[in-house]
Design a protein around this ligand. Structure first.
Ligand SMILES: [Zn+2]
Length: 305
């Protein structure tokens, strides 16, 4: 009931405020990575806000009324898709009463349409399998190779909504793509120099497979027995046996997951737990390339030990 009252108050405030003549496009992006990429392409011609706080698991975001307000004013909503935001986003869109952001309209952009996906389930899936995403693994924004078509798709959509600045978006896209290409090659070469037996990891959640694919890293196990299901002591023991059998010493997880099980495994194997940020800290002014560098530097330092 309290939630409903809040929502109604926000909607009343939205209705009362005159819609200012926008000097430039207002974009809302669900994730820090997508906000940062949109900012890189839109530059001074767009304002970009991020819905999910960077330190929060993007599968579960608190649908605060302030997010409804953001959406009510947005010209474009950029979403990851593949059901990553399925638990929280659509009620927010509905409550924003912003017809421009409905699925299928020009103000709704699902970037998963632009990427080649991994881990598309081949069998029938049900709830017993945890948070399996039927369209494939949704954590592709960790991969700068996939950031390229995403950036191109965002540039095209910005140009559609603001044709006057299409040339600027194209120019920004070219510069951003060049930076991505450099990062992709340099990091690939750096990791390729590590011996194969050192390029092995255990990951907490199934969220870095696109990075492993890019950098030639072998994922030995996940600490979660199924996506979104916390491990039991038995699950942790199973991972421990696998780590010992394969000589794996590095565990990786995002900052928003519990650290206890991974820390235990790191201690028992005299290994290293690498905690990486789950997305670009866009609200703090970080850009996408800085975020990816942060991830690869932390990974490399642990693997090269
Ligand atoms: Zn996930």
């Amino acid at each position: 009931m309290r939630k409903l009252t809040c929502t109604l108050l926000v909607l009343a405030a939205v209705a009362a405020a005159p819609r200012a003549e926008a000097a430039h496009l207002k974009v809302a992006a669900t994730l820090g990575d997508l906000a940062a990429i949109t900012h890189a392409i839109g530059g001074e011609h767009v304002t970009v806000d991020c819905l999910a706080p960077p330190t929060v698991d993007p599968h579960y975001v608190d649908p605060r009324p302030s997010l409804i307000l953001l959406l009510s004013k947005a010209d474009l909503l950029v979403v990851n898709g593949l059901d990553l935001e399925a638990a929280w986003l659509h009620p927010l869109i509905n409550n924003s009463r912003n017809a421009d952001l409905q699925i299928g309209s020009n103000g709704y952009l699902d970037v998963s349409a632009f990427v080649e996906r991994l881990q598309i389930p081949t069998m029938r899936i049900d709830r017993s399998m945890g948070d399996i995403h039927p369209g494939g693994n949704p954590h592709f924004t960790f991969d700068p190779r996939r950031a390229k078509p995403i950036a191109a798709g965002i540039a095209a959509r910005l140009a559609l909504l603001d044709p006057e600045h299409a040339a600027a978006f194209q120019e920004n896209l070219a510069a951003f793509t060049k930076q991505l290409d450099h990062l992709i090659t340099v990091e690939h070469e750096r990791f390729a120099k590590l011996p194969a037996e050192q390029r092995k990891v255990v990951v907490y959640h199934q969220s870095l497979i696109y990075v492993w694919d890019w950098l030639g890293i072998e994922q030995v196990a996940t600490v979660e027995p199924k996506p979104g299901i916390p491990p039991t002591p038995g699950d942790v023991a199973k991972v421990l046996r696998l780590m010992k059998a394969t000589g794996t010493h590095v565990l990786v997880q995002e900052d928003f997951y519990q650290r206890g099980p991974s820390q235990t495994l790191a201690q028992l194997t005299k290994g290293t737990l690498v905690v990486v940020p789950g997305t670009t800290r866009y609200p703090d002014g970080q850009d996408y390339l800085q975020h990816i560098h942060e991830v690869t530097d932390a990974l490399y330092a642990a693997l090269a030990k």
